[in-house]
Write a protein that binds this ligand. Structure first.
Ligand code: ADP
Length: 503
């Protein structure tokens, strides 16, 4: 064995010049020569391996398989690479194992067969490979979509599995495409504008939102995180894509919900405001509108107590009338307020009945008589004696008495108030005509607004509620309330009641 190395200067010369480990074994797998690289690789001193079986360099668990393999190999006298397709390991003197790749070269020397094994320590390559496959796995298994494309041609170079799945194109199809092809809302110049800061190196990352178009024509919103990177000597863009469909839906739903809630809140606030306003009005009504009638009731009662003589009856009568009038007035405004509340809360129940119109007109006129100023008179309609109508009696009484009271209130002494009824095919028009102060033309458009009172009416007591309520009730029942008026001449208010049944 020693012979081999001693007799082969040429071997020594050649083997020392290569970086691979060289080990020569004879037909019995006994080591007959080694070079320095192999000694370093396996941790032995020069000459230490000569005469040792090759097994000493192979981990025990591979021995059986290996011997058979080499014997077979020698028998075939083949030249071949070992370690391809399977993992080969060497073992150092200190027991440390390391991955190797070995090439076996059989040859004849002085009539004997030898095998020269070229051994390469592939520890580093293996770990590099492992690292690469680790990154490749991350790339492919990532739930984010990852697209890699050429920085010059923009053509895709790699697209991970999730991206292929979501976009619907195969990797082959994608090799022929660029990012612009899958961005329906973006043209090439917009895209170049976006990536130019990366190419100019003014930023290291570009983020933006856009849409991706799938092969099947559908689209989905995405968030793109773009970076420039090097692949060998090539510059490539790496795009991490987040499908933000769910986030978008969530945000959209949230926005809709906020809008809806804001709307509800605004409505609730408006109702609240209205109620507050009503409360304020009521308080001011109580403090202003109640004060005057109450103090005149008080005065009349005080005076009543003083008129003890029999002949003072007319004076007593006058005060009793005043008291009655004032109480009636207080009753009316309280009813008006209650009516507002009922209308607001939708708690009104109407009852449509048939009744003679004259009954209501008589009642209203009778109740109004005590409000008449001196010399005022009310003229009855002449044509209603036999007239029956179908309507809610209470509503008609409320509306008509409101109109008649206003006519009295806003007309001077010695004036006439006419009540006229016009019988038409579709219904009845009941008009209350006065010769009073009228309504200034510029204020006429507000007259049915709740709490509105015309400038020329402010010296007369009132709340601005009556007409508003009357109109709402009448309209709720399919009728209407209109007026015409000329300041200082007079007003005509007309209630139209629909005919529900033919008489
Ligand atoms: P109020 O009479 O209590 O103020 P109304 O709602 O009945 O409330 O009337 C609203 C306003 O319409 C009155 O303040 C007044 O300015 C005007 N108005 C109503 N009827 C007449 C009328 N017959 N003549 C003149 N102005 C009227």
């Amino acid at each position: 064995m020693r012979d081999f190395q001693e007799n082969s200067d040429i071997f020594n010369l050649l083997s020392e010049g290569v970086s691979e480990g060289i080990i020569v074994v004879n037909a019995n797998q006994i080591i007959v020569a080694t070079n320095t690289s192999s000694l370093q690789m396996f941790g032995y001193e020069k000459g230490e391996l000569i005469g040792k079986p090759l097994d000493i360099l192979i981990p025990r668990r591979y021995h059986a398989g290996h011997d058979a393999h080499v014997d077979n190999f020698i028998a075939k006298s083949d030249k071949r690479q070992m370690g391809h397709g399977r993992n080969l390991y060497g073992i150092c003197k200190d027991g440390k194992e390391f991955p190797v790749e070995a090439g076996l070269n059989p040859f004849e020397f002085y009539g004997a067969t030898y095998v020269m094994a070229l051994v390469i320590d592939i520890t580093e390559r293996k770990s590099r490979e492992e690292e690469l496959s680790h990154w490749a796995r991350i790339f492919d298994e990532s739930l984010n979509e990852i697209f890699v494309f050429d920085a010059e041609t923009y053509k895709f170079l790699n697209v991970n599995k999730e991206a292929q799945r979501n976009i619907g194109y195969s990797i082959k199809e994608m090799y022929e495409m660029t990012p612009v092809d899958i961005k329906p809302e973006m043209d090439i110049s917009q895209f170049e504008n976006l990536i130019s800061p990366l190419l100019k190196d003014t930023t290291s990352k570009v983020n933006f939102e856009t849409k991706h178009g799938r092969k099947d024509g559908t689209t989905y919103p995405v968030e793109v995180h773009l970076q420039l990177s090097n692949l060998g000597d090539k510059k490539v863009f790496v795009a991490f894509i987040l499908d933000i469909t769910e986030r978008k839906n969530y945000t959209e739903n949230l926005e809709n919900l906020v809008e809806e809630r804001t709307h509800q809140l605004t409505e609730a606030l408006a109702v609240e405001k209205e109620l507050n306003e009503l409360k304020t009005r009521f308080l001011s009504l109580v403090s202003h509108e109640f004060k005057t009638p109450l103090s005149s009731i008080l005065t009349s009662i005080t005076l009543l107590g003083k008129y003890t003589e029999t002949e003072q009856q007319p004076k007593r009568d006058k005060h009793v009338t005043t008291i009655k009038n004032k109480v009636k007035y207080l009753d009316t405004i309280l009813n008006d307020f209650l009516s507002v509340e009922r209308l607001e809360s939708g708690k009104v129940n109407y009852k449509i009945e048939e009744f003679p119109l004259s009954k209501i007109v008589n009642e209203v006129v009778y109740n109004s008589n005590m409000l008449l100023k001196s010399g005022q008179q009310i003229r009855y309609p002449e044509n209603i004696d036999e007239l029956n109508i179908q309507f809610d009696e209470k509503t008609l009484e409320l509306a008509l008495s409101n109109l008649v009271h206003n006519a009295i209130k806003y007309s001077p002494e010695d004036s006439t108030i006419d009540i006229k009824v016009d019988i038409k095919d579709i219904g009845y028009a009941i008009s209350v005509i006065d010769e009073g102060i009228g309504i200034p033309i510029e204020e006429q458009k507000h007259i049915f607004n709740r709490y509105f009172r015309a400038e020329n009416a402010l010296l007369t007591q009132g709340t601005g509620i009556g007409l508003n309520i009357a109109k709402q009730h009448i309209e709720n029942l399919g009728g209407s309330l209109e007026f015409s008026s000329t300041e200082s001449i007079g007003s005509t208010f007309t209630l139209c009641i629909p005919k529900l049944k033919t008489n």
